[in-house]
Design a protein around this ligand. Structure first.
Ligand code: ZN
Length: 383
């Protein structure tokens, strides 16, 4: 352990330089070219470390990078992180990487470019110092998490399917916790069809889609249960064509968030019933959309992996705590397959997606060591 600590300490200055380069290179999921520039930096560093990788070219998004470090034991552990940030092109130029005391700033420094760096650092340390004790390590770099991983969902699930465990390198929480549960979310849309008529002369001949939608919305909003963590938000409402016309069509989008897939199924079932019922006689409605980010539920596999992380923490002399967090992330895709998954393994940070996003530099080394040690602990345990 001391060897690994020393090994990582000696590399830290170079690792932070690399982080600076990543932060100073914008990467917006909707701009494939920018994500590929970050991908290029990652590939160069992998080459420098003698780590082989494959690149999956993507038509609409940045390319996916999958690096592998072969181990001596059967099975593999998947480490994953997203290369894109929530910031538009130009942000890195506006407020580049900077350091104030122990805090590092810059777009994506915490979410999650530092996570990418420590996943590479931990993998290199294991390769150099624990080669005989590890199974294959796979490092997955994805291009589209900030827009819900429309492309990467399939890749993530495919790569996780036969993994012993998955570590997602999203940032550690401000209190230092790792994440063992996350909410899932769904984007739905209700479309209502009615019939137009002059609302002064012939209102009885019309079928108001607006009225129907409004009555449905009141019922749907009643499904919200903040205590249980089920939330319903009507994001965008449209309807009608003019003030003296009975509205022939209307629609509303719904953002649902929930802790479990069961909550999702129940809520959507209840919404479907409301959509199928006509409050305004003659109106017709449909529900479209589906679950987006799957929730990360704390099942037995997650619990077991967390115990290994806790033990690794104790070995390193600190107490690792866990928390559940409302924001969805890629960890839900792997946890929902039943694969032991821990999220929030990155360095500690906060204020993500904001101008004051920060990463705590003093957690960089300890979190790298925690990741490497957790992998070793878990492999010992599954022997
Ligand atoms: Zn993130």
């Amino acid at each position: 352990m001391q060897d690994m600590k020393k090994f990582l300490e000696e590399r830290q200055a170079s690792a932070i330089d690399f982080l600076e380069k990543l932060v100073n290179t914008d990467s917006s999921a909707t701009d494939k070219h920018s994500v590929n520039q970050v991908g290029e930096l990652i590939r160069r560093r992998l080459e420098l470390e003698g780590i082989s990788y494959e690149v999956k070219r993507n038509e609409d998004f940045g390319d996916t990078i999958i690096a592998t470090i072969p181990g001596n034991r059967p099975g593999k552990v998947l480490l994953m992180g997203h290369m894109d940030t929530a910031f538009p092109i130009g942000t890195a130029k506006e407020r580049p990487f900077s350091r104030k005391g122990d805090l590092l700033h810059g777009p994506g420094v915490s979410d999650m470019k530092s996570g990418l760096v420590i996943m590479m650092e931990a993998a290199v340390a294991l390769k150099e110092l624990a080669g005989d004790k590890i199974c294959d390590l796979e490092l997955l770099f994805t291009p589209d998490e900030e827009i819900g991983s429309p492309l990467s969902r399939a890749t993530i699930q495919e790569r996780a399917e036969n993994a012993l465990a998955v570590f997602n390198l999203e940032p550690g929480r401000p209190d230092g916790s790792v994440v063992t549960a996350r909410k899932g979310s769904a984007h739905l849309k209700i479309s209502v069809e009615g019939k137009a008529a002059h609302s002064g002369a012939f209102i009885e001949k019309g079928i108001s889609a607006n009225d129907e939608l409004a009555l449905k919305m009141i019922e749907i909003k009643k499904l919200m249960d903040v205590e249980k963590g089920i939330t319903v938000n009507f994001g965008k409402i449209e309807g009608g064509i003019g003030n003296n016309v009975v509205s022939p069509s209307a629609s509303a989008t719904i953002h649902l968030a929930f802790w479990t897939e069961e909550q999702y199924d129940q809520t959507v079932g209840a919404i479907q019933k409301i959509v199928d019922h006509s409050y305004v006689s003659g109106s017709k409605s449909t529900l479209s959309g589906k679950i987006g980010m799957l929730p990360m539920e704390k099942h037995a596999g997650v619990e077991t992996l967390f115990r290994a992380v806790e033990r690794a923490g104790r070995e390193l002399g600190h107490n690792v705590t866990e928390q559940r967090t409302k924001g969805a992330a890629d960890a839900g895709f792997t946890a929902s397959l039943g694969i032991p998954t821990i999220c929030g393994m990155g360095p500690v940070g906060g204020n993500w997606h904001g101008v004051d996003e920060y990463m705590e530099l003093e957690t960089f080394g300890p979190r790298t060591l925690l990741l490497a040690t957790s992998i070793l602990q878990y492999l010992k345990q599954v022997d």
